[in-house]
Design a protein around this ligand. Structure first.
Ligand code: SAM
Length: 223
């Protein structure tokens, strides 16, 4: 899968794209992530990417021309253009699955008061939010999207980290609780059934524990 990221802070992506799951996916070539500095597409000598808002008010707004130029420089092809924005469609695992089936994503990161609305209207692009809160930039949201999507791209995670039983999967439940050695820690014991070696019993316990955890932490998912 190809992912182009447009940002005015390309350095933010260096370490996350080098380490762990994303790093492996990039090194193996399964993910082809290209980070572009929007400033490189500004045409004035100050490489200006923002300006004052029409109508007045505080803060600055990201200008449309460098973003259009950056997108146009990527070449033609079927791609999904996404602007990270708190006012976008909220990311969930269903949307992550949808994005993971695409071959090419373009993630556009805003800063300041946001991006000139003509970017969404004119490219056109869809707006995507990672949750009902406001961050200072679209870079962390873009990394959230990237990592969530990468987990579902075939070959990115191995069997030992399988995502099949993850929360929000087919059954719509949260994941069941997990335990590892030691079997007793500070008086807290691992549920006996998990030490029994009885796979059918373990499966039954996991299903019930997943339902119980969902009921406790996210009853809305059971409705
Ligand atoms: N004035 C905007 C508003 O109230 O909706 C907030 C702009 S925010 C300070 C700057 C940038 O951060 C946005 O353009 C967007 O790219 C990014 N951003 C902030 N919160 C986000 C969220 N929850 N999801 C996705 N992107 C977000």
């Amino acid at each position: 899968m190809r992912v182009d990221v447009l940002t005015i802070f390309p350095g933010i992506f260096e370490s996350p794209l080098r380490e762990s799951l994303l790093g492996r996916a990039v090194r193996s070539g399964i993910l082809d992530v290209r980070v572009h500095d929007i400033r490189d597409f500004a045409t004035d000598r100050h490489r200006q990417v923002d300006d004052e808002p029409y109508g007045g008010g505080p803060g600055m707004v990201m200008k449309p021309e460098p973003i259009f130029a950056a997108v146009e420089s990527l070449g033609a092809g079927e791609r999904r253009l996404i602007v990270l924005s708190p006012s976008g469609r909220r990311l969930d695992q269903a949307l992550v699955r949808e994005l993971a089936s695409e071959r090419w994503l373009v993630l556009i990161c805003g800063r300041y008061e946001g991006i000139d609305e003509r970017v969404v209207e004119g490219l056109p692009a869809e707006e995507l939010s990672i949750g009902d809160y406001v961050l200072s930039g679209g870079e962390l949201p873009a990394l959230v999207v990237l990592e969530a999507v990468a987990r579902l791209v075939p070959g990115v995670i191995g069997k030992e980290e399988s995502h099949e039983r993850d929360s929000f999967g087919e059954g719509g439940l949260l994941d069941h609780p997990h335990y590892t050695r030691p079997s007793e820690f500070r008086g807290l014991r691992v549920p006996e059934v998990l030490l029994s070696g009885n796979h059918a019993e373990v499966e039954r316990w996991r299903r019930e524990a997943a339902i119980e955890k969902t009921r406790r932490n996210r009853p809305d998912l059971l409705e």
